[in-house]
Design a protein around this ligand. Sequence first.
Ligand code: NCD
Ligand code: ZN
Length: 349
Amino acid sequence: MSMPATLTLTRPDDWHLHLRDGAALRAVLPYTAAQFARAIVMPNLKPPVTTASQAIAYRERILAARPAGSDFTPLMTLYLTDTTTPAEIARAKAAGVVALKLYPAGATTNSDDGVTDIRKTRATLEAMQREGLLLLVHGEVTDPAVDIFDREAVFIDRVMIPLRRDFPELKIVFEHLTTREAAHYVRDADAHTAATITAHHLLYNRNALFVGGLRPHFYCLPILKREEHRQALLAAATSGSPKFFLGTDSAPHAAALKEASVCGAGCFTAPAALELYAEAFEAAGALARLEGFASHFGADFYGLPRNTGCVTLLRQPRTLPEQLPFGEVTIKPLLGGQELNWSLQPGWS
Ligand code: NCD
Ligand code: ZN
């Protein structure tokens, strides 16, 4: 089979992204703006973005941090708490907020204000269902009695299935799938259920955490799983099903915080996001399916127009910088210092 030298796609979107704030935001936003037309911006700042007016202010800070000439559009989300009101949902809708993020309290980075019991949010979820706001779910239980590698699968039974039954019209995105159970759950669910998949979960299994020693830059939540799960995710992403679309979960943490005795969860993939997805799809013999996954299905599920214009990937090896500036400190991209097979042509047409 001949290998194409270029791959041109409709401009893609990132349906799950952490941009942070302040100097960190200014440091990381250019990487995403160079690749993606839009991104769903996670609300887990400190303190979290819980109100429409906070989302409007955060959107303004993101727009102000865009590189000159960029038309990147941030799509804003609110952080769902036990006390988010239906009135706040109406204000969010009016402000152009597109979704709420459900973090089970304590599940991951900056999730202490998350939902302690989904039943407390019933009236708010009803308002979202009515107003057409999506629910984006970090699908892991936080019960310390459940093994960390099983927390996603247990979440399906304990939370997802009852939630789906109680709010049949609510659009739900099961974020950053990591298991076969979740991939099959979404595949077999109704049309109001979809999922994002990260590049790192398509490329790596949990062995990557331990190659020759502990590898903090591969530590993210939900944590990498066994090879059989990676295979199931790859099958889902390359299946052509519109229920699965691109969400990098690029989650920047300073290098010093990753390389500490307690390492923050998150992989920083924004500097080469599309290139990493291209590697995964190519290895699966499915490069032709990348465009739907990266550029069409997410917009369709969110009810937003597909982008116009294109980006082009070149089969031209490039070495990712080992570290990059991050405000006053530095940050290490996943696979920094290593050679990637693809390069994104700068700019777009
Ligand atoms: C995210 C972060 O750092 O904000 N970390 C991660 O491992 N994915 C939080 C999250 O999305 O879970
Ligand atoms: Zn995330």
